[in-house]
Write a protein that binds this ligand. Structure first.
Ligand SMILES: *Cc1c(COP(=O)(O)O)cnc(C)c1O
Ligand code: SF4
Length: 398
């Protein structure tokens, strides 16, 4: 932490070919820079073709300011019954335990908070939050976030966790942290020993690119897993960084291999200063279409848009329901196969008109129950299947 790259001079000393200048200085005045020496060491090319470089080195585009971008697009400030605590969903609340991070992500959704001051939650504020939680026993899941809570001293973090644990209605505590990615040596045995006193503790971390899965970060994840902390990952889709299906596939495979469950894949929020990172929503759809069927379900995150105006996280996925009748739901799989799923018999109200003797297969005929599937030719799976087990279809297929 003490050796973070924080100034233009330090940045130029580490990467002499970076264009400095007035732009960089004014970006950094608005959105502070900090890069841990470890994270800086993952940069392979000191320019915008490098994903790590893009995520941590300020760019002049951060000053571009289209009108629909906001400092607080999720309107977290309106959902704060106590300063520093966001209560948006019925059973969950999010505590901003610190405004400090070891590395400031250029794509951060809390750019309005992270790094503008570096302060940790006070005892007084923590008491107010604990009082609110006690008065609202429907909140069973508290997310300790920030900033990055694992930048706090172990003692300070323990003060937060132990106070939350004293509230009987708090069942699980989650920590949102990018420390395993940007400062993995912070995951010490001492920290793990402290965390395990407050179980059930879950941690969601923030890997965005396979290049971030290094021996050090993997070892940090292993230490947490071995302390009984289930690990999830929340990635953000970032233009030019990870917005290709193959990169997300590689990332998710590597995460699962290292006991980290891909949890969310976020559409970039409408935050001021991140316009150059935004991708169209359709890119997320393409990626989800690519992943399903190709990867273990364990490795597939949920693609979500965290809606403006505090609408919360909304899952977006390709449409797999093609049609419906009272008797059948017509689904498609990733191969393009169409399948009729018959509804339970006692609830069937009958189809509007039963199909004629001779009809050609189409979606309507599937919904009517005249055909059970429409099968694309020559898929690898279909070829394999036919050769090993004869089909015993009762309804007609095509
Ligand atoms: C994301 C978020 C949560 C947690 O949502 P999950 O879908 O349960 O992971 C809770 N509160 C706020 C304010 C959030 O932004
Ligand atoms: S670690 Fe999280 S809170 Fe900190 S800058 Fe990155 S995204 Fe923002």
């Amino acid at each position: 932490m003490a050796n973070r790259i924080r100034t233009t001079q330090q940045l130029l000393a580490a990467f002499p070919h970076v264009a400095g200048g007035a732009d960089l200085t004014s970006v950094m005045a608005k959105y502070p820079m900090a890069i841990t020496p470890y994270y800086a060491s993952l940069i392979r090319r000191a320019d915008s073709s490098d994903p790590i470089f893009q995520m941590c080195v300020p760019r002049s585009q951060e000053l571009s300011d289209p009108p629909f971008l906001m400092p607080d697009p999720l309107e977290e400030c309106h959902d704060m019954p106590v300063p520093g605590m966001v209560h948006r969903y019925p059973d969950r609340a999010l505590v901003i335990a610190t405004t400090m991070c070891s590395t400031y992500c250029r794509h951060c959704t809390r750019k309005r908070i992270a790094g503008t001051r570096e302060t940790n939650i006070t005892k007084r504020r923590l008491e107010q939050i604990a009082a609110y939680l006690t008065e609202h026993p429907q909140i069973s899941d508290v997310i300790v976030s920030g900033g990055d809570p694992l930048t706090m001293s172990t003692e300070h973090l323990e003060m937060v966790l132990s106070r939350l644990r004293q509230v009987p209605s708090v069942q699980i505590i989650r920590i949102g942290t990018r420390v395993p990615v940007v400062l993995p040596m912070r995951i010490t045995d001492e920290l793990c020993a402290m965390l395990r006193k407050y179980h059930p503790i879950w941690i969601n971390t923030h890997f965005n690119h396979p290049q971030e899965l290094t021996p050090e970060s993997i070892a940090a994840c292993n230490r947490l897993s071995d302390a009984g902390v289930p690990l999830g990952n929340q990635s953000v889709l970032l233009r030019g960084v990870n917005d290709r299906p193959q990169i997300i596939e590689q990332l998710c495979r590597a995460l699962v291999r290292n006991r980290v469950r891909p949890y969310y894949l976020y559409q970039c929020d409408l935050v001021r200063g991140v316009e150059h990172f935004r991708t169209p929503v359709s890119r997320g759809m393409e990626i989800m279409e690519y992943l399903r069927g190709r990867l273990s379900g364990l490795a597939i995150p949920m693609f979500v848009v965290d809606a403006p105006h505090g609408g919360g996280k909304i899952p977006v996925l390709p449409n797999y329901v093609v049609s419906q009748s009272p008797t059948h739901t017509v689904l498609r799989n990733y191969e393009g196969m169409l399948i009729a799923y018959p509804e339970p018999q006692d609830r069937c109200e009958g189809h509007s008109a039963m199909p004629q003797e001779e009809c050609s297969p189409g979606v309507w005929e599937l919904a009517a129950g005249a055909y059970s599937r429409i099968q694309p030719e020559k898929t690898v799976r279909h070829t394999r299947r036919r050769t090993c087990c004869p089909s015993n279809e009762t309804a007609r297929e095509y």
